[in-house]
Each structure stands twice: as C-alpha cells, then as structure tokens.
Design a protein around this ligand. Structure first.
Ligand SMILES: CC(C)(COP(=O)(O)OP(=O)(O)OC[C@H]1O[C@@H](n2cnc3c(N)ncnc32)[C@H](O)[C@@H]1OP(=O)(O)O)[C@@H](O)C(=O)NCCC(=O)NCCS
Length: 169
C-alpha cells in the first residue's frame, strides 16, 4: 500500500522534527494542552520534561510550517534492544490525518539508527481507539499489567514504512 493510500491528506504541511529538551521547554504548555483528555494518567510539565535515557535523542514532534506544535512522541531507551514510547499525542484538531503514525515511525527510524530492534509502549485497557491504531500499524501484545497492555513492534518494520517528513500540499 502506498503512503497516500494509507493516510488521508493533511490540511497543511507538517514536519516531523527531533524533540529536543529546549523545544520541549518552549512548547510545554501546548503539549500539556493537547494531552488533556488522554485516557489514563494525566501528564503535567514535569512529565514532559523529565529526564530519561536517550530521551532527547529519540523523541519527535509534529510541527506546522508556521511553528505550531501539533503532536509529540516521547521515547527513551530502557535497554539496548528497546525504544519505549512513554507518550504519543496529536492535537485534537489534527487527529485521524496520519500524524500519529508518522511520529511512531520517526521514533522507530531513529531507534533503528541507534541499533534498537523494538519499539515498545503501554496502552490503557480503556483506550480502545489507540489500541486499534497501534495494531493497525503493526504492534502486537507482548504482555499485560493490571490496567495496561504492553505492545511491541519491530523498529525495522515501522521504519521501512516511514516518510522522511510528512508533507502534503
Ligand atoms: C492515538 C493518536 C496519537 C493517534 O494519532 P493520529 O494522528 O490521530 O493517528 P493516525 O491519523 O495516524 O491514525 C488514526 C487512528 O487513531 C485512532 N484515533 C484515536 N483517537 C482518535 C481521534 N480522536 N480522531 C481520529 N482518530 C483517532 C483511530 O482509531 C485511527 O485508527 P484507524 O486508522 O485504525 O481508524 C491520537 O488519536 C491521540 O492523540 N489520541 C489521544 C492520546 C492517546 O490516546 N494517545 C495514545 C496513548 S497510548
């Protein structure tokens, strides 16, 4: 399936860029705002800015050409094999346009370059829409916790289907 068939057209040009600590600090209010309503634990500024292994080398943001941040994937390196996504969120007005998928694929691409083999994440049992989304792009259950499912997908598989940037005109 081609990228165009896989994804609806975006309303404007969006770039996927590395989310550095400096950018996360600048955008923290917008990140908190777009995350309100996410099922499960609420993320405040301290969560977005918390220090974790390789976090600022792996995390990615979706940015409109005029500079507005509209999505983010926060990831870290818990061990040599895995890149773990702690948070994935797209601004409500921009959901369903392929941006979340491209953020996950961008994390996988950077993880693969750093020789990780899997992308892992947890999804709340209540978040059935997010679970469907992850399964559609290739994640499978590898374990469970009391209220979360642990999912994993191959970095190589996710990265192979990624675009260098998400640009639709
Ligand atoms: C889950 C999320 C990151 C997906 O990002 P996205 O840019 O909308 O994703 P894509 O356009 O690449 O794919 C759309 C998929 O997201 C799912 N989705 C979840 N909430 C959605 C919403 N409000 N609007 C549109 N799609 C939504 C849909 O099920 C859709 O799956 P489908 O293609 O199988 O029908 C985004 O919907 C979001 O930010 N949700 C709230 C935060 C959240 O639940 N994060 C995951 C926590 S584990």
């Amino acid at each position: 399936m081609t990228a165009d068939a896989r994804r609806p057209r975006t309303p404007a040009s969006v770039d996927i860029v590395p989310l550095t600590f400096v950018l996360a600090q600048r955008w923290v209010d917008a990140l908190c705002a777009m995350d309100r309503g996410t099922i499960g634990e609420r993320w405040e500024a301290t969560h977005w800015l918390a220090s974790r292994a390789a976090k600022w080398a792996l995390s990615q943001a979706a940015v409109m050409r005029h500079g507005e941040v509209i999505g983010a994937a926060i990831a870290s390196r818990p061990n040599d094999a895995d890149v773990h996504i702690h948070r994935l969120v797209v601004s409500p007005d921009f959901r369903g346009k392929g941006i979340g998928e491209e953020l996950v694929r961008a994390v996988a691409r950077v993880g693969e370059l750093a020789r990780a083999t899997r992308v892992t994440l947890k999804v709340s049992d209540q978040n059935t829409a997010a679970r469907r989304f992850y399964e559609r792009i290739g994640f499978r259950a590898i374990g469970r916790q009391p209220t979360n499912l642990l999912l994993a997908a191959s970095c190589a598989l996710l990265a192979a289907n990624s675009d260098a940037s998400l640009t639709n005109t």
